[in-house]
Design a binder for this molecule. Structure first.
Ligand code: ATP
Length: 253
């Protein structure tokens, strides 16, 4: 069984056909990169999987379950988490508060239990705190835990954004341009985090990325989108050597 399966997926915005029949299978444990020129439909693929946009045709299944029409808030509970290209952190809150907030969306506390802060609620809160501390340590973020997220350097905010997604304990992680705005050294670090998350935490990863260094370094497979369709797919080397891919990128410039 595939981890994630897109079947004839179509998404339209008014007259714009952003996705025109995408068929894509991800195996468990794979790292797949989505590349393609601006406007090719990459972000729309992630948005459709997270139910932030409606599919007008086709289906999406996750671990054998049809999720094409599930309510959006259930996506995270099923084990799918994502990061955003324009970082989605609570900028005035500390790193710790950002991560605890993410944990609470995963394990919402019964309001009545929270009111009396029963033994069970306390235990749940302790587990949340332990899990957050483990993620802070895993991504080397401990020393930033008390700082406001919005005051951190951009490169650190990208790692906090990754930590926020990990708080949902994802089995499937969707990354929207994790290397955007990072310098060469930070991109190298990001590549290591992504590989570690995949190998040590067992997450299947679907990533949009323009930085071909990162793509070539971590991807098992690269899928090229162009004008809402899959143009080609293969290993990073075969895709980089493809004349069709070069033509698609040139066509946009
Ligand atoms: P980029 O690399 O620039 O982020 P992309 O490959 O992620 O591009 P999408 O953002 O998925 O492309 O956009 C695909 C097409 O759908 C584009 O023509 C875009 O203008 C359009 N589109 C995306 N989201 C919306 C929306 N919410 N409303 C209207 N049109 C949209």
């Amino acid at each position: 069984m595939s981890e994630l399966e897109l079947n004839g997926l179509e998404v339209s915005f008014g007259g714009i056909r952003a996705l025109r029949g995408i068929a894509l299978d991800l195996e468990q444990g794979e790292i797949v990169s989505l590349i393609g020129p601006n406007g090719a439909g990459k972000t729309t693929v992630l948005n459709a999987i997270c139910r932030m946009v409606e599919a007008s045709r086709g289906s999406i299944s996750y671990r054998g379950q049809d999720i094409t029409r599930v309510r959006p808030h259930l996506i995270a509970r099923l084990g799918i988490a994502r990061t955003f290209q324009n970082i989605h952190l609570l900028t005035g809150a500390t790193v710790l508060e950002n991560l605890m907030t993410a944990r609470h969306t995963q394990t919402p506390m019964n309001p009545l239990a929270a009111l009396v802060f029963s033994h069970r609620a306390k235990q749940a809160e302790l587990r949340n705190r332990e899990s957050v501390e483990e993620i802070l340590a895993f991504l080397g973020l401990q020393r930033f835990r008390r700082q406001a997220a919005g005051e951190l350097p951009y490169g650190i905010q990208k790692v906090v954004e990754l930590a926020r997604a990990l708080c949902l304990e994802p089995k499937m992680l969707l990354l929207d341009e994790p290397a955007a705005g990072l310098d060469t050294e930070e991109v190298a670090d990001m590549a290591l985090w992504i590989q570690d998350i995949n190998r040590r935490r067992g997450a299947t990863i679907l990533m949009i990325e323009h930085n071909m260094n990162l793509v070539a370094r971590v991807s098992d497979r690269v899928v090229v989108l162009d004008q809402g369709r899959i143009l080609t797919q293969g290993t990073p080397e075969s895709v980089q050597a493809s004349p069709d891919v070069a033509r698609a990128y040139l066509g946009m410039s």
